[in-house]
Design a protein around this ligand. Sequence first.
Ligand SMILES: NC(=O)c1ccc[n+]([C@@H]2O[C@H](COP(=O)([O-])OP(=O)(O)OC[C@H]3O[C@@H](n4cnc5c(N)ncnc54)[C@H](O)[C@@H]3O)[C@@H](O)[C@H]2O)c1
Length: 425
Amino acid sequence: MNHEEENHENIIENLNHSGLSRRGFLHGMGGMGAFLGMGGLAGSAIAAEAPKDADGKVIPGFEKGQDDPNAAKGWQAVSDRKIRVGIAGYGLCKFGGAFFYQSHPNVEVVAATDLDPGRCAALAKAVGAKKTYPSCEEMIKDKSIEAVYIATDAPSHARLAIMALNHDKHVVSAVPAVFGFEAEGEAEELFNAVKKSGMKYMMNETSTFHADLYAKRLQCQAGALGKVIYSEGEYWHDFGSKGLPGFNPKNGKIDLNGWRRALPPMWYPTHAMAYYVSITGGRFTEVSGVGTAGLYPEYNGGDNQHKNPFGTEIAMLKTSEGGISRMGGSWDMKNAHGEQGRVYGEKPHDKNVSGVRPPLPPSVGAGGHGGSHGQLTNNFIESILLDQMPIVHVGDALNMTLAGVIAHKSALKGGEWMNIPQYDL
Ligand SMILES: NC(=O)c1ccc[n+]([C@@H]2O[C@H](COP(=O)([O-])OP(=O)(O)OC[C@H]3O[C@@H](n4cnc5c(N)ncnc54)[C@H](O)[C@@H]3O)[C@@H](O)[C@H]2O)c1
């Protein structure tokens, strides 16, 4: 962002690198609090079990952050209806329990599932679900469930989302929307399932509700920036020499041979790509990618499960408004950290345009990844209640995800410019 926007930028800088706000953190512990008999959590200081990598470091986005005491200021209920939600996935990041469905006033969490019985029981306890299912596939058949939150491993998102849409359920999915070598086929299928079903589909891109990104989104919507000439975004996260655990379908465990092993950085592109798409609503149209040989043994010159030689990848992109973007992902650079980005328009940032994020229900915390978890959940639920497009709808989700997938394809071919398939409702 522009350096002259000092105050704003300081806030942004802090939020950008923050994880759980204290308020969000406490609310995120709602299930645990109830379990411990600590109903009134506000003000109490309890330690959360934040997810850690193989070196024992807290995974970025889950660090303890700062208070967000104004998150509920001005909030008004839009309905007294409760959406019946089923939640899938309680893996390394315990994401199924970290998005405040259990404390949202317009949600009843009716069911929880994880393939692993222990993780399934823990998720059910965390979100107060009375019913459990042995798999998301089984849960989707439950006709009483109106919406599912898919927080399973990345390779399973599209398949489960398509299945749920085809069972007339609204779907919110953790990132990315589609994955890997299957991504382009999955995108076509996912888009058609959204269109045919008429149900809501949203991708939970956490960058979208970072304070800085959201403020620039409001600038764009107010027409303040003019055309965005250049934007850049990054997801830098050094996985370390041991790698980062993930669900391993071969044994059902969360281990170092799971889906994150030798993951192409541009197969996980959306935290960076959001710094254009979620700000402008514009599209990436063409991409050229480059990569550098992964630093750690798991890359093994490309002899690995994803046939991926790269630990760091950079995408140069053309945008639908005739601008340029540079988006990066890295699992091996030192002193590089965070989901962050910048946009620069033809006109300067207008300080008179409010950049404040929407108010949240008092029982919903802002949460991890820069205070984005509660916002994403509230936006999804309100999109159902008010029959409006969710903030990261299928068009945005597929553009962000496919831009990365095609960038990786391009990097493997030495940087050839490639078109990005376009999907919009
Ligand atoms: N900032 C962010 O947006 C952010 C941060 C962290 C993780 N994530 C995403 O959240 C998701 C979860 O991350 P994680 O690290 O906990 O994943 P993980 O790989 O550790 O765990 C996935 C879990 O899903 C369960 N699962 C897989 N298939 C299932 C099925 N068919 N039915 C029921 N359960 C099933 C597995 O048993 C496992 O417990 C991932 O997709 C990841 O990309 C996003």
